[in-house]
Design a binder for this molecule. Structure first.
Ligand SMILES: Nc1ncnc2c1ncn2[C@@H]1O[C@H](COP(=O)(O)OP(=O)(O)OP(=O)(O)O)[C@@H](O)[C@H]1O
Length: 454
């Protein structure tokens, strides 16, 4: 367009000059001024033409350079995002991208202690779960940092993938994960009344429960044994185990996780986790280790087999009076094991449908009871659990565990609806002060002395 305009201008100038010369020659008959004028006009025309040609060449080179830069930039961006993807480095998203992806946070799929989770689709078609961490919550900030630092560096088929994050100055923070279509394990093992926020769910078949147990063990074994620094998850529970469209288990929610050096045997940290899954050593103020995850895993295994919460409030009738009392499933399991009637603890919905392998039930229960030993030294490593469940190592009958502390950590007098209270940053002394007066049947100090003698 600019070139055409330059050509028209040059032609017009030459036409004007020729007309001018003819007029001068015919009407003015001036020789000297005529040639002076002619010289000046030709010089002016040449200057204009030279300028136009220079501009023309300059523009052409600029355009060429721009096109080259754009295509190189695009190639670099593609290469960069490809490298990020294969290296698993999370992308930094803009808030507007996440608003577009989630249609302005329309579709809520879950709610946790630190924020809400929404379903979304990225511009390249990838389905995602976007966790919005509430603004201004110190706990939220901590969880955001823990999550990014722990999960950004790990890659495992049974761990949720953190695709990216978004930080808005003075605003909320976002974490973007792969969308795991079948929601949490809680929705698939507990009856509807015992799992809140139910979006999808049902009764998970036995063979899938066994596979989930193995998948979670592999994920934890990777975190504990195969990463540069040991990663302690510290909030293993059915709500944090998601199921993909093939019912493969994916461990999620690293908000409470901690890194532990390979040369450390335990770390001191504030109390974190969820009631019902907390290992007894949380009460001793001398640290936790990967064995605390193993304990929580054992508790999940029992729930997986029984299709019920480990701790729940039950109504009893006594002399016409209805009373409520806490029922503790691991103790029931222990008793049934002693009586040789393990099948009685299996989820009754599964027993109706059949397909439950008795040997597998025994294996899962034995592994669970090894994992939930109150003395950490007796609990197997997660590697060992993978071998036991995979049939590469024998599973011996576990010793009887006194299960004294479990009640202290599992029961909360203030909650009667079965909902789980979650700790983050609570000092153990705060918990014990609040709990002891209400636990009349056990002596707290007695329990502590048993635990200390591990
Ligand atoms: N990547 C995901 N894909 C699909 N659903 C997800 C994903 N992440 C989380 N969810 C859903 O959102 C729910 C809430 O997740 P979130 O991790 O925030 O909280 P939680 O684990 O339930 O509770 P808390 O954080 O208090 O322990 C989950 O239980 C699950 O149903």
């Amino acid at each position: 367009m600019e070139d055409r305009r330059a050509n028209i201008l040059a032609v017009s100038l030459l036409t004007a000059l020729t007309t001018f010369i003819i007029i001068c020659r015919v009407y003015l008959r001036l020789n000297k001024p005529f040639f002076l004028l002619l010289g000046a006009s030709v010089a002016a025309c040449l200057a204009v033409l030279a300028w136009i040609s220079f501009r023309h060449r300059f523009n052409r080179r600029r355009k060429l350079l721009e096109t080259k830069l754009v295509s190189e930039g695009r190639e670099l961006r593609i290469e960069y995002s490809f490298l990020r993807k294969i290296a698993g480095v999370p992308t930094k998203f803009r808030q507007s991208e996440l608003e577009d992806a989630t249609d302005k946070f329309q579709s809520l799929i879950g709610q946790g202690a630190s924020g809400s989770v929404f379903k979304g689709i990225l511009s390249d078609g990838t389905p995602v779960a976007v966790k919005r961490i509430n603004n201004g919550e110190e706990r939220g900030d901590k969880e955001f940092r823990s999550e990014v630092s722990a999960i950004a560096s790990v890659q495992h088929i049974n761990l949720v993938r953190l695709l990216g994050y978004c930080v808005v100055q003075g605003g909320p923070k976002f974490l973007v994960y792969d969308f795991i279509s079948n929601g949490s394990l809680a929705n698939w093992i507990f009856p509807k009344s015992e799992s809140s926020n139910r979006r999808c769910g049902g009764c998970l078949a036995w063979y899938l429960r066994y596979r989930v147990a193995l998948d979670v063990a592999k994920a934890l074994s990777y975190l504990h044994q195969d990463c540069r620094s040991r990663i302690l998850h510290l909030d293993v529970k059915p709500e944090n185990i998601l199921l993909d469209d093939n019912f493969q288990a994916v461990v999620s929610d690293f908000g409470l996780s901690k890194l532990m050096g390979r040369d450390e045997s335990r770390i001191i940290t504030s109390m974190r986790g969820t009631r019902g899954y907390l290992a007894p050593e949380w009460l001793l103020e001398n640290g936790v280790s990967e064995k605390s995850d193993i304990y929580s895993y054992g508790m999940v295994l029992l729930e997986l087999v029984g299709g019920r919460r480990n701790v729940r409030l039950v109504k009893t009738e006594n002399a016409g009076k209805s009373k409520t009392k806490w029922e503790y499933f691991p103790k029931i399991v222990n008793e049934k094991m002693k009586e040789g009637r393990l099948m009685e603890i299996v989820d009754p919905r599964l027993m109706e449908g059949g397909g439950v392998d008795e040997r597998e039930v025994q294996k899962l229960v034995h592994v669970a009871l090894w994992c939930t030993q109150e003395r950490t030294g007796l609990r197997p490593s997660m590697n060992m659990v993978v071998d036991m469940l995979g049939g590469r190592a024998p599973v011996e009958e576990p010793p009887e565990s006194p299960m004294i502390i479990v009640d202290l950590l599992g029961i909360d007098d203030e909650e009667s609806d079965g909902s789980r209270a979650r700790f983050c940053g609570v000092a153990p002394s705060q918990l014990s002060d609040r709990r002891i007066p209400s636990i009349s049947s056990y002596s707290f100090s007695n329990a502590m002395s048993i635990l200390s003698g591990r």
